[in-house]
Design a protein around this ligand. Structure first.
Ligand code: ADP
Ligand code: MG
Length: 561
């Protein structure tokens, strides 16, 4: 009784919102599960796409976990961690973004009953970490190297990895076509690490099969002045001058103060201005270049001047394109036209201005250093091409990964089932509570094959039972979901391959995220930082049922099933 009369100790400022303890962990887990639910249905070749539109009227159709998560604009502080791991998976390895979110969500879901029963988070975290280490070692052990094959063989193998990535996307119907295009593009740029050397240009209209690969650079015709039509549009082995200066008649009096004592002197200034520009143009011509590109404007005077001398020019080329032309043709961008020596000029086998759909494209092919490639994408609508670009980006990243550390594992849930089996077996050798936790971790890994089945409309329980039995028999390590028949099949033999680094990274990141969320048992909101958004976030976090985890949408608004 005496204790009740004691004055309350006030530690934090009035208005501070705190939530702590078991309830807090559970509420964070619920938020993360809701996030995982929102991307669940996009996994795998039969996964659905999401159409996300914002209040500005932008619509995006995507199957890519990272893209969807970014666009969802999640405000819940704990659930944001899942957005971060999807993003980091995207930038680290490029693929497996849905996988990583699903795994993290499932690890947490499996942990929830333990937390509710009063298990200390740290015990779970320790076991999860051990399990993840064991899983990764197992993946490394199961990975098959594609090193030491001939170029042709390697190309086919890489194309298969790319095709697996593309099979879950909108352009999956043409996966072979695009897979070989991606492989050619990646092999063209060699070992260079700069991704921007592969350009993707989008031209709405046409069929996606009209997309093509340029072994070099291609960009849309820039703004051009009169006289352009008279310029030649095709050159064999031209020299290319790259500039970063303006070739326009400028009134120099704006750059300098000029004082005249006699009106007749005015003409001399006008003449001087003309001389300056003619001098510049003449120097370009003298350099022997047949193509002049500039990042800045090339005016009508210049355009006509070059046209009269059978030279092609383009002004206002974007920085990115100009750099890629420089890398491809071996030229150097000049900031002055004085003393243009031969070494700074680029060259290529063929330059052509070609019609692609409604656009005219400047295409440089057969470039000597061969370090660039451009994919020109065609397709019905803007949204379609945008999604196609994102899918190709995934595929490009995968092929690049596979080229670098060339080991692959069987996809279609096969590797996940195998690790799951291995962990269950290992768990049996452990005495103590850890056995249960590792078992739960193993069970969580099954979410991948289960979701692949669910999304394809198969009976997941049935397929999973078959898979468990096959993997337990000891010779079915490569068996995964057969997406065509609804049964099980040897994924490796069917060329459903994934670079092992995708799986390793996904398991690592998902485990870390899950452990991080489990280790948070209190959130404190400072009253000062109160803002409309912050309030919604904190109230959802505190689990008081006021704000849904997604700003105003309802936690499961995105869910289909
Ligand atoms: P993520 O964003 O995680 O890459 P995806 O939608 O690309 O998600 O789906 C990837 C999953 O689909 C992987 O587990 C992969 O093994 C599986 N998968 C891809 N192609 C096939 C296929 N033809 N048959 C079975 N599973 C496949
Ligand atoms: Mg993928």
């Amino acid at each position: 009784m005496a204790a009740m009369l004691q004055p309350q100790i006030i530690l934090l400022k009035e208005g501070t919102d705190t939530a702590q303890g078991k309830a807090q962990v559970v509420s964070n887990i619920n938020a993360c599960t809701a996030v995982a639910d929102s991307v669940r249905s996009t996994l795998g070749p039969r996964g659905m796409d999401k159409l996300i539109h914002d209040d500005k009227g932008n619509t995006t159709i995507s199957n890519d976990g990272a893209t969807i998560m970014k666009l969802l604009d999640i405000v819940h502080p704990a659930a944001k961690i899942l957005v971060d791991i999807a993003k980091s998976q995207d930038s680290e390895v490029g693929d497996g973004t849905t996988t990583v979110v699903l795994l993290a969500g499932e690890f947490l879901k499996e942990a929830k009953p333990f937390i509710e029963d009063g298990v200390h988070s740290q015990n779970l975290i320790r076991s999860y970490r051990t399990a993840s280490r064991l899983a990764i070692d197992k993946i490394k052990e199961l990975a098959v190297s594609i090193e030491g094959k001939s170029l042709e063989e390697k190309k086919t193998l890489l194309a298969r990895c790319a095709a697996t990535t593309l099979s879950s996307k909108l352009i999956g119907g043409e996966k072979e076509f695009f897979a070989s295009m991606v492989v050619d593009a990646v092999l063209a740029i060699g070992i260079d690490d700069r991704l921007n050397l592969i350009g993707i240009k989008k031209v709405p209209g046409g069929n996606m099969r009209d997309s093509f690969l340029v072994n070099g650079v291609a960009f849309k015709k820039t703004f051009s002045y009169a006289g352009f039509e008279q310029q030649p549009k095709k050159f064999v082995k031209p020299k290319i001058l790259l500039l970063n200066i303006e070739l326009e008649l400028k009134s120099e009096k704006e750059n300098a103060e000029i004082r005249l004592s006699d009106p007749s002197q005015y003409q001399s200034i006008v003449d001087a201005e003309w001389n300056i520009i003619y001098d510049k143009l003449d120097k370009c011509v003298q350099s022997g270049a047949k193509i002049v590109l500039s990042r800045l404007a090339i005016g009508d005077l210049g355009t006509q001047y070059f046209a009269d001398r059978d030279i092609f020019c383009a002004g206002r080329v974007t920085e990115e394109d100009l750099q890629r032309v420089a890398a491809a043709t071996g030229g150097t961008v000049q900031t002055s036209v004085n003393n243009v020596i031969d070494e700074v000029l680029g060259s290529c086998e063929l330059f052509e201005e070609r019609q692609v759909g409604n656009e005219r494209f400047n295409i440089f092919s057969g470039c000597p250093s061969g370090q660039t490639a451009t994919i020109v994408l065609r397709g019905g609508s803007d949204q379609f091409i945008d999604e196609a670009e994102r899918s190709l980006h995934d595929a490009i990243m995968i092929v690049r990964r596979a080229v670098k550390n060339s080991t692959v594992v069987a996809g279609g849930g096969a590797i996940d089932m195998e690790i799951s089996r291995y962990l269950r077996q290992h768990a049996r050798t452990i005495a103590g509570k850890s056995q249960l936790f590792i078992n739960s971790y193993a069970k969580a890994l099954e979410v991948i094959p289960r979701q692949l089945c669910d999304n394809a409309g198969f009976d997941a329980t049935d397929v999973l039972n078959k898979l468990r039995q096959k993997h337990a028999s000891g010779e079915g390590a490569n068996y995964g979901v057969d997406i065509n028949t609804g049964g099980i099949a040897d994924s490796f033999a069917n060329f459903v391959w994934e670079p092992s680094v995708v799986k390793i990274n996904a398991i690592n990141a998902a485990t870390e995220a899950a452990c991080l969320i489990l280790s948070v048992d209190e959130t404190v909101k400072n009253p000062k930082s109160e803002s409309a958004q912050g309030e919604a976030a904190a109230s959802a976090m505190a689990g008081r049922g006021r704000g849904p985890p997604f700003g105003g949408r309802g936690g499961r608004g995105m869910r289909r099933r």
